[in-house]
Design a protein around this ligand. Sequence first.
Ligand SMILES: [Zn+2]
Length: 340
Amino acid sequence: MRAAVLRNGRMVLRDDVPEPVPGPGQVLVGVKACGICGSDLHFAKHGNDMVKLSAEMTGLPGGDGAMRLDLSRDVYLGHEFSAEVLEAGPDTEAPAPGTIITSVPALLTSTGVEPIVYSNTTIGGYAERMLLSAPLLLTVPNGLDPRHAAFTEPMAVGLHAVNKSAISRGETALVLGCGPVGIAIIAALRHRGVEHIVAADFSLKRRELSQTMGAHETLDPAQGSPFEVATPAVVFEAVGMPGILNDVLRRAPAGARVVVAGVCMEPDTVVPFFGTAKEISVQFVFAYDFDEFGESLRAIAEGEIDVAPLITGEVDLAGVSAAFDDLAHPDQHCKVLVTP
Ligand SMILES: [Zn+2]
């Protein structure tokens, strides 16, 4: 079957990927849509660094953080998917064939949990078909468009960041960076009923999109510091570049909570005194839990979060490589969906 895989830093189309066969507890599904994530782009460029950093890390719940990956071999990507049930494995209870589902990106196997994010062996969403785990499947309700259901994963990231912030409706939120992560946070803040959401981004297109998704006020940081306009109780950092965190600590009001949702993989310097003097809390966030994933699907399916404006492109498997190149100019895009 066909799949777009990462080979030597480029996405290439293969038509000779062995057909996946579901084992006990697993389900073969046909991918309907899979969003291209910024982390996929980053991995394509800086996969070596990510493997190296993850190997240095200890303290993760599942043991060490090492990615067991060989970058000299093809890597399967694609973790923001919706799919159609095709066939259940032996002795496996699963929704009927034809049912549209989504799942957290993980595959339960006889030897443990395989993340469906970057893998030499576990096929991701940039493929015609893939394996998922029956106990993790969520049926897509309300006849929701499978392309919209593919936003369950990225929007859950926003819900999680907002939950971690413990923001109340009357507090002002400032979201720095209106790429897909910042946009998911804005949508989640609006969904929570937060009454004053300020969004900052250099790109006019992104500021417009953040307004569509629920920001009450938008600012261009080139025109002045967002902190001169807003006095946020909570600052969501969704840029993920060196220097941002220190700038936030320097400018944020006393007592602010800073939620770091951007993913910066380079060493970065902060002046702790800025945080000390103003008693600023910093919370790093990552991914989501099962409940947040389910809540994200529900909110999209009920029409409480409209993801349609976020789709700025759609490609088939042959178009994945060009889409990765296109997304290097992120101004032009929010989310490109792969529909195999
Ligand atoms: Zn993602």
